[in-house]
Design a protein around this ligand. Structure first.
Ligand code: KG4
Ligand code: ZN
Length: 359
């Protein structure tokens, strides 16, 4: 029996994503981004994002169907991001998904954006027609540790089962990793979103040029915050470095600041992630979320996993940032687990916890 065809819809922030997944195979997807409209404000303006989703949804849906070579009538189930995210942005996707599910007479599942990021690594992306970064995917070993690093969240998860068994080991106490990239990039006069721009600049920089702090790694933090993160002290240290240089007329190499900042972030992220694998007895570390697109993070994680005898799983780079494929992926797993559809009156939940995979 062939697996059901699942349509995934993502509108939690500034990307409108639609994709089609059958089983664990990504058939095709499309993303429209309002990032260019947001860039002039230096961050995401919720109202701008909501309006952009409204305009982009139908064309993006058609592009995804074309890419997958299927028709709307072929769809067996719809999955949509119910949270966490921006309330107005989420509502556009949830309303569209409800309309589609009702019209097609198929079940609808409101799913968790964060779990979707992790589920992206289970997709078989070898034949979806995208770049050559595809991989076989497949189920996750139990347990797997997931390092979830995005613009809004930074968490370490013990994943036993993506649908029914996710434990939160720790999370950031202040800024998310992606948020820290965005804020430091702005400090250095770089465009929004700062992560990709800053990491590109860091390629030519010296990561040892500035001695920057490693948040939440002091011996006193080990007991209470072993798997928690903090990036606000690092951000302040960079701000102070830049201000001191400006005052004394010293010209800083932005590439060196970027590389030193990036190294502090990825050093702490990978050290804690490997420690978490040891703690829960996991043989696999998975990176997920927008910051998992960072090449230095991927490279250092590969080195440290090899040293520790761990397998490293990462989604293709283009599926690390927000997209519809990750939502179709978790939707397909929820359907395969036999979970009941979400109640018809479910709404957007901007604060949905990572431990709730589906409503
Ligand atoms: O997962 P995502 O697309 O949206 C959220 O759910 O937040 O993550 C977006 C975040 C932004 O903060 C962006 O700057 C960061 O991911 N990001 C990166 C890179 N690409 C995206 N950070 C560091 N290096 C990158 N290459
Ligand atoms: Zn995201």
């Amino acid at each position: 029996m062939t697996s059901p065809l699942v349509l995934g819809i993502e509108t939690s922030c500034d990307e409108t994503g639609v994709a089609l997944v059958r089983g664990s195979v990504l058939l095709g997807d499309a993303v429209a981004s309002s990032v260019d409209e947001q860039a002039r404000f230096g961050g995401v303006v919720p109202e701008v994002a909501s309006r952009a989703h409204l305009e982009a949804f139908v064309p993006t849906l058609h592009r995804a169907l074309d890419a997958a070579g299927v028709r709307l009538a072929d769809v067996d189930a719809v999955a949509v991001t119910a949270g966490p995210g921006l309330a107005g942005a989420l509502l556009v996707g949830v309303a569209a998904a409800k309309a589609l599910a009702l019209a097609l007479e198929v079940p609808l599942y409101g799913v968790n954006h964060l779990v979707g990021h992790v589920a992206a690594a289970t997709l078989d992306t070898r034949t979806d027609g995208a770049d050559g970064d595809g991989r076989a995917g497949g189920p996750l070993p139990d347990p797997t540790v997931a390092l979830l690093v995005s613009g809004g969240h930074t968490s370490l998860l013990a994943v036993h089962d993506l649908v029914t068994g996710i434990d939160l080991l720790g999370e950031t106490l202040d800024d998310a990793a992606g948020e820290a990239f965005d804020k430091v990039a702005r400090l250095l006069g770089m465009a929004y979103p700062g992560g990709p721009v800053l990491s590109a600049a860091a390629v030519d920089g010296d990561p040892t040029a500035f001695a920057l702090p490693r948040g939440m790694t002091a011996p006193k933090d080990r007991a209470a915050h072993r798997f928690d993160f903090s990036f606000s002290g690092l951000k302040t240290a960079v701000a102070r470095t830049v201000a001191t240089a400006a005052r004394s007329g010293v010209e800083l190499r932005a590439a060196d600041v970027a590389a030193s900042f990036q190294e502090s972030v990825v050093d702490v992220l990978t050290a804690k992630a490997v420690d978490a694998c040891r703690e829960v007895g996991a043989g696999t570390l998975l990176l997920a979320g927008g910051v998992a697109a960072n090449r230095r993070l991927r490279a250092l994680a590969a080195v440290r996993c090899a040293e520790a005898g761990l397998e490293l799983r990462v989604p293709p780079i283009r599926l690390c940032t927000d997209n519809g494929a990750m939502i179709a992926a978790i939707g397909a797993l929820v359907v395969a687990a036999g979970s009941p559809p979400s109640p018809p009156d479910f709404g957007a939940d901007p604060g949905l916890p990572v431990t709730t995979t589906a409503l």
